[in-house]
Design a protein around this ligand. Structure first.
Ligand SMILES: Cc1cc2nc3c(=O)[nH]c(=O)nc-3n(C[C@H](O)[C@H](O)[C@H](O)COP(=O)(O)OP(=O)(O)OC[C@H]3O[C@@H](n4cnc5c(N)ncnc54)[C@H](O)[C@@H]3O)c2cc1C
Length: 290
């Protein structure tokens, strides 16, 4: 591996300071959070920022709390903190399922929720989780704050709608009392990225699916989600046959590419199978099955 090109370094002391630095240093500057994606890219010289702006001192971006009927995760929350959080586990098992399967402890100790989402890697697990849960992302610039649906945040592989001088500050997930949720992933070996992944939540009312969300990882699903499958399921009984049909629709909506993690048709098969498993476990959990 090569060494990075020469680069300036600045350490932000507050969100406002980070925003000021982003504006002063211009579009060739990059924020650095856990550095687990940016630093390897710099060493390979795929990324050559002129300045990295370190946001590791920004404690105001590092929190997990319930506020206004939402589960709020600060952008600098480490994967390990999400995994260890009882509050997260109480409301959304899907997050614990996904975090347990992201990389390994050294990566989870440094890598952040915000860095993962902003990197926009198509095989990154939290994009599908955010899409499944219909989360909202809070973006801040010196001009103000705006919110974007997680399903609208990624514009393509490694592309987001973040402006050059904008910071992702928080992920907000609506609380859904009684919801069950789950995440399933197939990877070639421990610590690897997904060959495919699927996450879901379900809210039941007298055995009927009152609300549901489905997210997909690494299979080319538009916006990392499966809207036709969700629409099919909502209002129907949570039976095995209906879950299977929703999983079939989810697989149909994927546009996977063959690569070192498997051929396209294998990934489409995984998308269907993993969606079915995630839906089954979500329904079990909604019924208090765990
Ligand atoms: C060996 C290895 C295995 C991995 N396996 C997986 C896996 O299985 N699943 C998975 O999902 N991930 C995996 N990852 C990625 C890991 O989850 C990283 O945490 C993630 O890619 C980037 O997070 P980071 O905090 O390190 O971001 P950084 O590398 O610091 O930043 C990534 C990008 O996001 C930008 N950025 C960071 N924070 C913000 C912010 N708040 N606002 C705006 N822009 C921001 C940066 O400028 C940069 O462009 C793996 C990483 C490694 C090294």
């Amino acid at each position: 591996m090569q060494t990075p090109a020469p680069v300036d370094y600045a350490r932000a002391t507050s969100i406002d300071h980070a925003l000021q630095l982003l504006e002063e240093r211009g579009p060739e500057s990059r924020l650095i959070a856990g550095g687990h994606s940016l630093l390897p890219m710099m060493r390979l010289r795929i990324a050559r920022p002129e300045c990295v702006i370190d946001i590791n001192d920004l404690d105001e971006l590092d929190h997990i709390r319930i506020e206004g009927g939402e589960l709020c995760l600060g952008a600098m929350t480490r994967h390990a903190a999400v995994l260890d959080s009882p509050v997260v586990g109480e409301h959304y098992s899907i997050l614990h399922d996904a975090e347990r399967r992201i990389a390994d402890p050294p990566v989870r100790n440094r890598g952040t929720v915000g860095g993962s989402l902003c990197q926009g890697d198509p095989a990154e697990d939290l994009a599908a989780v955010g899409s499944a849960l219909k989360a909202t992302l809070v973006l801040r610039s010196r001009q103000g704050t705006r919110t974007v649906a997680a399903r609208e945040f990624h514009a393509g592989p490694y592309e987001t709608v973040l402006g050059d001088a904008e910071i992702l500050t928080e992920v907000r997930i609506p609380l859904r009392p009684g919801a069950g949720s789950a995440y399933e992933k197939v990877k070639r070996r421990a610590g690897d990225w997904a060959a495919a992944g699927a996450g879901a939540y379900a809210v039941l009312s007298d055995g009927v699916v009152a609300d549901a969300g489905i997210g997909l990882t690494a299979v080319g699903a538009p916006h990392f989600c499966a809207e036709a499958a969700e629409s099919y399921l909502i209002g129907r009984d949570a039976t095995e046959d209906n879950l299977r049909e929703a999983a079939r629709l989810a697989a149909e909506a994927c546009r996977p590419h063959g690569d070192q993690r498997g051929p396209a048709e294998y990934k489409r098969h995984l998308a269907g199978e993993l969606t079915l498993r995630a839906l089954r476990r979500s329904v079990e959990r909604a019924r208090g099955g765990e």
